[in-house]
Design a protein around this ligand. Structure first.
Ligand SMILES: [Ca+2]
Length: 385
């Protein structure tokens, strides 16, 4: 009898261990699943009608838009796509004039601003205007998810720019393996008649560096919206600058892939311009992510981590990738194994006349017996019945 109970306890322990292992596996998977991946990017590439920016270290392409974009309180019918991770509303100067000098003196939407390079032809920069209903619907849903308290948005025009597998300048020549570090990210400008939004997507598994050279230094990548210089009647002033993702100075740009303001890690949504009164960038409101694989409480963005510029120079290790959520005892106990040995012990007990006297229901008795055996106390079980 005691041997049978030991076998049952061992089987239960084994099942519990397997359950814990599976839960750990799923939790680890859910952390990765809930970050944006390349498949979360909006469609791009030649098959979707994209144009390709000329390969190079500092290439710019002017694009005439079918519908003007609104940036802060101004309207622009032309934008400029550049190798170095940005779209601007004015023709940008040579990269030496603005790299490492944000906020720029010209209007710029900097998705991932640094000295990037597509000279080897491996990295590419795609862009297109798109008004297909399917794309606009998906964009509208993404924006509405970021502003749940506002009415459903229905954009009428989208400008999609994708930097695919772009390397940092100099990485191709250094020969230290850093040329294998390539980033893929995307910027979408979506407009209605009254408002323009920017969606920025940073797939975690496609982002492998967060610094780039400026002169002899390695500097952190910058991201943000800068209105540029504003010409007044008497003098020129520098317009507002909003730092992506959370407008905090010296933000660790790795947070671009880990946090969110739209409900999906690595996806950021901002209202960047309006034809009506507009004073500053308005970020999305949804900083929580609902875990989909295992039902868990939503996780909230931690307080922004501050760090000095020096920390960015060698891409410090990022601990979040190896830190898993704390495990707790599973809420659901694994199914009890079948207990043929236990049922054999029940037979003489059921024949006891005391059972008939109290008119207990057999299924309940069986359940109680099995439960008692499962707790591993054979002495109490046989004594009671
Ligand atoms: Ca460059």
């Amino acid at each position: 009898m005691r041997e049978c109970v030991c076998r049952v306890v061992a089987m239960a322990s084994c099942a519990r261990a397997v359950w814990l292992g599976l839960k750990l596996l799923f939790i680890a998977g859910s952390v990765s699943v809930n970050c944006a991946s390349r498949s979360d990017l909006f469609d791009y590439g030649a098959q979707f009608g994209d144009q390709t920016l000329q390969s190079g270290n500092d290439e710019t392409q002017q694009v005439h838009l079918d519908r003007a974009v609104l940036f802060f309180q101004d309207s622009f019918e032309k934008v400029y796509v550049n190798t170095n991770g940005f779209v601007s509303v004015a023709n940008p100067p040579a990269q030496s004039e603005y790299l490492g000098k944000m906020p720029a003196t010209f209007g710029i939407i900097a998705a991932f601003l640094g000295d990037l390079d597509t000279s080897d032809g491996v990295g590419k920069v795609y862009f297109r205007q798109d008004t297909s209903p399917e794309l606009l619907q998906r964009i509208g849903e993404q924006i509405s998810q970021a502003y749940p308290d506002e009415s459903k948005l229905e954009p009428t025009h989208a400008f999609v720019v994708t930097w695919e597998n772009v390397a940092a300048q100099g990485a191709l020549e250094r020969g230290d393996g850093s040329h294998k570090k390539r980033n893929t990210f995307q910027l979408v400008l979506a407009s209605t008649e009254l408002t323009t939004y920017a969606i920025l997507l940073y797939p975690k598994d496609e982002m492998h560096y967060f610094s780039a050279p400026v002169g002899d230094e390695s500097r952190a990548i910058e991201a943000g919206f800068s209105q540029g210089q504003i010409q007044g009647w008497v003098w020129t002033t520098q317009g507002p600058y909003y730092r992506i993702p959370t407008n905090v100075q010296n933000t660790n740009t790795r947070e671009l892939t880990e946090l969110t303001n739209s409900g999906t890690r690595g996806v950021w949504v901002y209202k960047i311009g309006s034809s009506t009164f507009f004073t500053d960038i308005i970020p999305g409101h949804v900083t929580t992510v609902v875990e989909n694989v295992f039902p868990q409480e939503a996780t909230e963005n931690p307080e922004p981590r501050y760090s000095g510029m020096g920390e960015f120079t060698e891409d410090p290790p990022y601990e979040a990738e190896t830190t898993l959520p704390e495990l707790s005892t599973p809420e659901t106990i694994p199914p009890e194994p079948t207990l043929p040995e236990t049922l054999l012990e029940v037979k003489p007990v059921i024949q006891d006349q005391s059972y008939l006297t109290y008119n207990h229901q057999p299924p309940r008795i069986t359940t109680l017996m099995k439960s008692t055996r499962y707790l591993g106390d054979p002495g109490q079980s046989t004594h009671r019945w």
